[in-house]
Design a protein around this ligand. Structure first.
Ligand code: LLP
Length: 436
């Protein structure tokens, strides 16, 4: 987090609050969210993409009512990808007009909810969905604004599961083979849909500018084709070019994310230049950052429960540090081989550093939080350790495996701590039982 620092005793304080106080008040594990960090990243994006751009916060990264309010207050729009995310956003009072709905298999219920709420636009992902939404809008007597999601055929250099613009995956309409153009024709032919632009999302946790630039070129190339077929006037209604999310963050100290202002300038330049070249007005450039806004400002606070040295072949040993959470609050290590920075935060230690593996408390050996890290040799039960940059895709991908209660999410700001989501209880679990 931007507002984390050690105090004189060597204990970490986040937004001025000592981690030992947080652990005492809220227990461990706990997600500690630096509110000012989150808000400042919203502002960084807004500043970078300027008054003419649109920044949707991708709520799949992390969503709760208070976060919806922060996003609204900071002037961002919101991207939701399920009826659940949509419902939380609406109940928190987020303006429907500033919400975009995504998904490769939105249910009719989800589409109806979005149409009835009057969301800003819906991003179409299949021919079947074009007809489905056209029928729903017709049934409701409205014209729904839509984007067509284009698969631009760019290999983003990231983990296979979170890379989305190569051809052989489930999202969008391929540029290749004229599939995207076919979708555009289909939308133009409907009575109840208005095509307001194109969308592309090439993947997540990306450090390389080239993929974004290529995507921008290809989306604009498609707009050019639309001009050729339908003329400038008709094409001008497609005023939004949304290039999705995906900007990487540093999970480890030596990683070097792309500066958002540079990305914004490059992309805005490509979009403007290539649109004007084919006679179109300059489109609105939209983006959908999730991880880059929510990720860096949160740490997961765990308490060390056991420390065990395990002999390896060849005489070496590995130190296993068990904490009170694990794959239920952070599945990313297991799922993507994600790497994290972990530190002893409740005190300083002069002991030498030893190679450790931080593991959870779940019933499988793959339950690893941090695979290889250096921690002080005198680390012992009761110590607090913090894993950094867990604000995106940790809570939102959490589970109840082993009937583990989800940790609380605590916001810290100006020396105060405030509970956003309380810890789950056994009664939460049992409340789903119908045969008690
Ligand atoms: N827009 C669309 C259409 C997306 O599918 C996503 C992420 C985003 C925006 C936000 O991307 P971001 O800025 O956060 O990279 N669970 C994975 C990440 C999956 C991302 C899915 N879509 C992880 O933990 O790394």
């Amino acid at each position: 987090p931007r507002n984390a620092a050690r105090d004189d005793s060597g204990e970490l304080r986040i937004a001025g609050v000592p981690v030992s106080e947080l652990a005492a008040e809220f227990g461990t594990p706990a997600f500690i969210l630096d509110e000012a960090d989150f808000r400042s990243r919203c502002r960084d994006y807004l500043t970078a993409f300027g008054p003419h751009g649109i920044v949707h916060y991708a709520s799949k990264a992390f969503l709760c009512t208070e976060v919806v309010r922060w996003v609204a207050e900071e002037g961002l729009s919101l991207d939701v990808s399920s009826g659940g995310e949509l419902a939380v956003a609406l109940r928190a009072g987020f303006p429907a007009k500033k919400i975009a709905l995504h998904g490769n298999n939105k249910s009719e219920t989800e589409l109806r909810a979005a149409v009835d709420a009057g969301v800003g636009h819906i991003v179409l992902d299949s021919l079947i969905e074009i007809d489905r939404l056209d029928a729903i809008a017709g049934e409701r007597g409205v014209v729904a604004d839509v984007l067509v999601r284009v698969t631009v055929g760019v290999e983003a250099h990231t983990h296979e599961f979170i890379s989305t613009a190569h051809e052989d995956q489930k999202f969008g309409f391929a540029l290749a083979g004229g599939v995207a153009m076919e979708a555009i024709r289909r939308v133009f032919a409907t009575d109840n849909l208005r095509l307001v632009g194109l969308h592309s999302h090439i993947g997540s946790q990306i450090f390389d500018m080239d993929g974004f630039e290529l995507a921008a070129h290809r989306v604009l190339g498609l707009l050019h084709d639309v001009v050729d077929e339908f003329g400038v006037e008709k094409t001008s209604q497609m005023s939004v070019v949304d290039l999705g999310g995906g900007l990487g963050i540093s999970y480890l100290p030596d990683e070097d994310p792309l500066p958002v202002d540079k990305v914004a300038r490059r992309l805005a330049d490509i979009v403007a230049r290539e649109a004007v070249a084919v006679g179109l007005p300059v489109p609105t450039l939209a983006v959908e950052p999730g991880r880059a806004i929510a990720g860096p400002g949160t740490v997961t606070l765990y308490r060390v429960g056991t420390v065990k040295d395990v002999a390896l072949d060849g005489g070496a040993s590995r130190r296993y540090v068990s904490v009170d959470g694990g794959m239920s609050d952070n599945i990313r290590t297991v799922l993507y081989d994600a790497e994290y920075d972990v530190r002893l935060v409740s005190r300083v230690s002069d002991a030498r550093a030893v190679v450790c593996r931080v593991v959870g408390k779940h019933c499988e050996s793959g339950d690893i939080v941090v695979k290889d890290c250096w921690l002080p040799a005198d680390l012992c039960p009761g110590d607090l350790i913090a894993v950094a940059a867990t604000g995106a895709y940790c809570y939102s991908m959490s589970s109840r495996y082993n009937m583990t209660m989800r940790p609380p999410v605590v916001a810290v700001a100006d020396g105060n701590a405030r509970l956003l989501l309380r810890r789950e209880t056994i009664d939460d679990f049992l409340s789903l039982e119908v045969s008690l």
